[in-house]
Design a protein. Structure first.
Length: 500
């Protein structure tokens, strides 16, 4: 399996090269030349496999320059029971025709762990396979969850340095504490005076800065990415769509071959794109619900065919979705245009120069057929948290609540009673204050003490504060720098001791 750029100006590369480089040299994203197709019998037959074997099997079709033993080794290290428990992605029955896929049982309590626990292992092997003796600088822009998951995954991995940029005032208190208390000799975290899009744009500009790249090469460093622009980040997420379907059949929630719906809280379009790829590979999917918060650029795109980032970025209670430039949409457009790299490059150029582009009528129709899009405002999000708790005695975080409410809107508008899987992307304990507001227990809460909120949430719901949260109470702040977005390259060079 070889990989090409969505913008068509680079040669074909192996999986190891795609993972090591992260972003293609022309600014595009790496995609596989083709996709395998699984029969229903194959999909259901994988159900008996432990998660790590399930994941290794899916990855083996894309990472063909990795041996079966290497992929098994990587997956076993990533998904050990000590990190994720007995089942990394349990499917919970919640409503009559709605289940929740819990993706937050990893070390950082977010779905990003599924990919970012295995990526360092894949990256290390990629270094060996490409014969590279350079050290890797992992750059990550985060809207909240990617940063901590990447830091956790790459902490003290030999031959790597990981540098994370997050919007200083754009993440939850727990998300921020998880990052700024991160230990590790090779970890560095910077707050950005700006929003996630500023951080993401800065990382992309750094990747395309040839002079900076050469400067780093001279010092023995090379850039790579831990964001979902890296194929090694995206591919592992395909696994849990197949597993959810197999679990639903095994528990008799659906019949074999029945087409189902996935509702996905969506920001950078990576998680939902992994689902689209699973459908392309044979998974019986009827529709995807693309759920957004009030930063509804994707909702507008799905409904109109126009992508327009020229709007104010709203700060919401679901901060991991506070994004106006959804990078992975580029991969979808490449696929829907039958790999028309020139057209995709033209649209991306328009996005960078005028802030918007309009896809062709044919592509717009394909998008609307695949995706139902809805956006959920702040009050709806909080209300959905309360309603799910009251009706089903089940607790959801704000991002999951956005997806749940979008699924309700789909049922209301379509009259479709198909089985829906709502993807739950973070633990409620990462967003305690908002969850307490949802269940009506936030009165008198100290706004400046995230731990008070965590303990109250546990008390009110007769649950236990996760160990990952209680540990933060006694951890020292190790990363205090807050910088302007335009200073990112300078601070990277300082971190790597290229300049003083």
């Amino acid at each position: 399996m070889l990989f090409v750029s969505t913008r068509g100006q680079t040669g074909k590369v192996s999986a190891a090269h795609a993972i090591k480089e992260g972003l293609a040299g022309d600014g595009g994203l790496f995609v596989p030349q083709s996709f395998p197709y699984f029969s229903l019998e194959t999909i259901l037959g994988m159900h008996a496999l432990p998660y790590e074997q399930f994941a290794a099997k899916i990855l083996s079709y894309f990472l063909t320059d990795y041996t079966a033993d290497e992929l098994t080794e990587c997956a076993a290290a990533a998904y050990a029971a000590g990190k994720f428990g007995p089942d990394p992605t349990p499917l919970r029955k919640v409503g009559e025709r709605t289940d929740v896929l819990e993706l937050w049982h990893g070390p950082t309590m977010a779905f990003k762990d599924i990919a970012l626990q295995i990526l360092p292992h894949l990256m290390t092997k990629a270094q060996e396979k490409t014969g590279s003796d350079t050290r890797i600088v992992i750059l990550a822009a985060t809207s909240g969850d990617t940063g901590k998951a990447a830091l956790e995954g790459f902490e003290d991995v030999p031959g790597t340095e990981i540098i994370v940029f997050y919007p200083e005032n754009g993440v939850s208190p727990v998300q921020k504490l998880q990052m700024v208390t991160q230990p590790g000799k090779n970890t560095k975290v910077f707050g950005i005076r700006g929003n996630f899009d500023d951080a993401q744009r800065g990382v992309k500009d750094i990747f395309s800065d040839a002079s900076l790249e050469n400067e780093l090469k001279d010092c023995g460093w090379v850039f790579s990415s831990a964001n979902s622009i890296n194929w090694g980040r995206l591919a592992p997420q395909i696994t849990y769509y197949f597993k959810a379907y197999a679990d639903a059949v095994a528990s008799e929630r659906i019949k074999p071959g029945e087409r189902i719906i996935f509702a996905v809280p969506t920001g950078n379009f990576g998680d939902i794109l992994a689902g689209y790829y699973a459908k392309k590979m044979g998974l019986p999917v009827k529709q995807f619900i693309c759920a957004s918060n009030s930063n509804n650029v994707l909702t507008d795109f799905v409904n109109t065919g126009v992508y327009d980032k020229n709007r104010v970025l709203n700060k919401t209670v679901s901060p991991s979705m506070d994004i106006l430039v959804s990078s992975n949409l580029e991969r979808l457009l490449f696929d829907l245009t039958e790999n028309d790299a020139a057209q995709v490059a033209a649209w991306m150029k328009q996005l960078n120069t005028v802030g918007k582009y309009q896809v062709s009528k044919d592509v717009a129709e394909q998008v609307r057929e695949l995706f139902f899009a809805a956006w959920i405002d702040e009050q709806e999000t909080v209300d959905a948290i309360g309603r799910v708790h009251n009706d089903f005695e089940y607790l959801v975080d704000p991002h999951t609540a956005v997806a749940w409410r979008a699924a309700e809107k789909y049922r209301l508008l379509s009259g479709d009673d198909s089985y829906i899987v709502v993807l739950s992307t973070a633990s409620p304990f990462k967003f305690c204050k908002t969850v307490l507001e949802g269940i009506g227990k936030a009165a008198g809460l100290n706004e400046n003490d995230p731990f008070e909120a965590a303990h109250r949430l546990a008390e009110e719901t007769e649950s236990t504060v996760p160990a990952q949260v209680t540990a933060l109470e006694s951890m020292p702040i190790l990363h205090k720098d807050v910088i302007a977005a335009e200073e990112m390259a300078q601070y990277i060079k300082k971190t790597l001791e290229i300049i003083k």
